[in-house]
Write a protein that binds this ligand. Sequence first.
Ligand code: ACO
Length: 349
Amino acid sequence: MPLSKIAGIGYYVPANVFTNKDLEKYMDTNDEWIQERTGIKERRYADRLGETTTTMGVEAAKIAIERAGITPLDIDFIIFATICPDYYFPGCGVLLQRAMKMKEIGALDVRNQCSGFVYALSVADQFIRSGMYKNILVVGSEKHSFGLDFSTRGRNVSVIFGDGAGAVVLQPAAKEGQGILSTHLHSDGESAEILAMYNPGTHANHWLPEKLADFDDKEIGELFISHAMIDKAQLFPNMDGPAVFKKAVVKFPEVITEALMKNGLTPADLKMLIPHQANLRIAQFVQQKLKLNDDQVYNNIQKFGNTTAASIPIALCEAWEQGKIKEGDLVCLAAFGSGFTWASALIRW
Ligand code: ACO
């Protein structure tokens, strides 16, 4: 049974650069704080009306499909990972199918936050290995800028996120031993509310710990969407940053080590680790913990921020374009995020 390989890869980021200085105009923050805590210098924001999560995904997909030497009509399945969908439903997969004039193929949306791309890749990998499909398009795309609180109230979240998209085409590998060696998926819903966007939703305050739910306000929780939610900024993501950080620095090394051990390999065998770009300090901690040198870890959060499901394919594509990943190299993708969910994929390029 052949493994599946990445036959084409592409990324797209909007032209509009938004620096830390630009953010200072909207909220009480500063370049020094953002760089020191996250490593981020700037991020890209999509054109408010001209670009959506899907249109950015399409741009990345066009490049990936062309590099795979096929056309959109050859794609036989779409998996689209995002937490910023164009619509609450239907998902971005069908919008991409329409925009790219593809055949009436299956389109699956994955909602696994920062791990979304690795989860999507893992699903695609199973379909290729089983022989069900030959050309699967896997996309990660996010238009975060449309749904962030740009007041000081939301600064702990808003300064982190950026917009962009990445895509790969997965095909059966022609060479023995080449391709995705294994994928590893995990979740722990115990702390689901620590990093979450509660509204609009059907939760009716059912899950929210008392300190998070506003029980004084009957409107919040009882309605899908309400004026109170707007007034109290409850339509924005909520994050306990330090709690996420603490868990991330444990789970990242764990899931990378799991992938290496499964294949009888060690960190020294890695040509490149592509960690989800959550925070430069997290990536540096992981690097230290696994005793990897600077050439073995690729980071670009400095210029793109955290683009959630898009961050891994964007970073992977950049590293590949820069000649840092070549045929035969061992590459590890690793992600951790809201849920919590975390995942890794080990690839022989
Ligand atoms: N500018 C200036 N000050 C700020 C900002 C800001 N943008 N944001 C928060 N602060 C202040 C806080 O109010 C706090 O002030 P206080 O001490 O007076 O109360 C102080 O800075 C420290 O705040 P902390 O939250 O403790 O800062 P920390 O060092 O933990 O950094 C950060 C915050 C960057 C969010 C960090 O915790 C982090 O990166 N966590 C992980 C985030 C992550 O990985 N998310 C997962 C991916 S997202 C996904 O899955 C969808």
